[in-house]
Design a protein around this ligand. Structure first.
Ligand code: ATP
Ligand code: MG
Length: 386
């Protein structure tokens, strides 16, 4: 295995100063799987002060220096460099009371969550794999490092991380690890909403979201984090869009309960709005019987039209006609919004229409045009107004 040039730069700099340094965590795991990593972690024997000295001439961000993390920017890649570390006592099922730095790689690897995340690699030493991570990668297994219940009691977020990795990698969860997730699930109540939400997002976006959700359901975890979800294998047919997948799971949930759940998940307003609208459109859906009705639905749902079709299709609704008709309308450039009308507010003002009547008239014209796109000619619309 070869480093990328950015990783090489960081590791070789540390080594040149007499420290140990290894690629660890998700980036190593993903590289061994032949997947692209989304962030890079290097673990090192250098203390925070020593790291700062090594990278004194580079662009760095002191992300979490007291926990031993310095972010080094190499070209456009940011690499998180962290001192070998042992977590102290866990106070609240989430945050270690303190961290202790160590010169031992083995101690650092022992604190990591899963075997596939607890390997280290550098070109000098090769792969350091003290917990059988490579074998678990090959077998497709998420297995806790050490005693799973102990690890989940220390930090309950790890329970959700197990499901996230299962969803993302398509891995099974080892039996004892899964049993411990069930046993320790109440600890999730202490995990912040933001973290739960971030993990749920990762789970829903995973290629194997259904498997993870079914496992979560079976061990009582889903009822703690997304109790309204309807687990359904057809989620697999939906493309990886968070709002769409969430709306699919929450379909049929009544408006107030839905709003409360989306709020609890700390979704952005735009995301929550999209989910609510999708859930409502799915409940309200009645098959379209004319091209005009298809255009009305397109006009009403805007950018959510395609996600809506995907959800309906996943639910077994026949959407071929909707798809063909909407494609035709788009290809022809049919007018779907007031903005696309061949007349605008100024034209109406010129005809002596004032105030609120301007908007209302444009809306009325749009209604006509949605039924019959050929009306969208300036002269035709002006004569309709007159
Ligand atoms: P991703 O691909 O999502 O980035 P990752 O495995 O890199 O996955 P990170 O959250 O980036 O996950 O963390 C990097 C590494 O730090 C992990 O691989 C793991 O070794 C360790 N780690 C992160 N969070 C925890 C935790 N809560 N408990 C134990 N170890 C953790
Ligand atoms: Mg990572």
């Amino acid at each position: 295995m070869k480093y990328t040039k950015e990783i090489r730069f960081v590791i070789e700099r540390l080594e040149a100063a007499g420290h140990e340094a290894y690629l660890v965590g998700g980036a190593l795991r993903d590289a061994l799987l032949g997947r692209e990593a989304n962030d890079f972690d290097v673990t090192t024997s250098a203390t925070p002060a020593e790291m700062k000295a090594v990278f004194a001439d580079e662009k760095t961000v002191e992300t979490g220096l007291k926990h031993g993390t310095l972010t080094v920017l190499v070209d456009r890649t940011s690499i998180e460099v962290t001192t070998f570390r042992v977590d102290g006592e866990y106070l609240d099922a989430r945050h270690p009371q303190s961290v202790r730095f160590t010169r031992s790689l083995a101690e650092d690897l022992a604190r990591r969550d899963f075997t596939v995340n607890a390997m280290a690699y550098n070109e000098k030493t090769g792969l350091v794999d003290l917990y059988g991570g490579k074998e678990d990668l090959a077998r497709g297994l998420i297995r806790a490092v050490g005693e799973p219940a102990l690890r989940f009691r220390e930090d309950a977020l790890r329970i959700l991380r197990a499901f996230r990795f299962s969803a993302k990698l398509g891995f099974a969860i080892e039996e004892k690890t899964l049993a411990a997730a069930r046993e320790c699930r109440e600890g999730l109540r202490k995990v912040s909403a933001e973290r739960v939400s971030a993990e749920l997002r990762g789970i829903l976006m995973g290629k194997d979201a259904h498997r993870a959700l079914a496992l979560m359901d079976a061990c009582g975890v889903l009822s703690l984090v997304l109790p309204e979800a309807r687990v359904d294998e057809r989620i697999a047919s939906l493309s990886a869009c968070f709002e769409m997948r969430l709306a699919f799971l929450l379909r049929g949930v009544e408006e107030t309960a839905l709003a409360a759940r989306l709020y609890a998940l700390r979704l952005s307003n735009a995301e929550a709005d999209a989910v609510k609208r999708l859930v409502r459109e799915v409940s309200d859906f009645v098959p379209c019987e004319s091209a005009g009705e298809v255009r009305r639905l397109m006009a009403k749902t805007g950018a959510l039209f395609e996600p809506l079709l995907e959800i309906l299709a996943a639910l077994g609704v026949s959407v071929d006609l909707l798809r063909d008709t909407s494609a035709l309308c788009r290809a022809r450039g049919d007018c779907l919004t007031v903005k696309e009308l061949a007349v605008d507010g100024r034209d109406l003002l010129a005809l002596g229409i004032k105030g609120r009547a301007v908007g209302e008239t444009l809306e009325a014209l749009l209604e006509r045009v949605l039924d019959d796109p050929s009306l969208n000619e300036r002269e035709t619309l002006l004569s309709l107004v007159k």
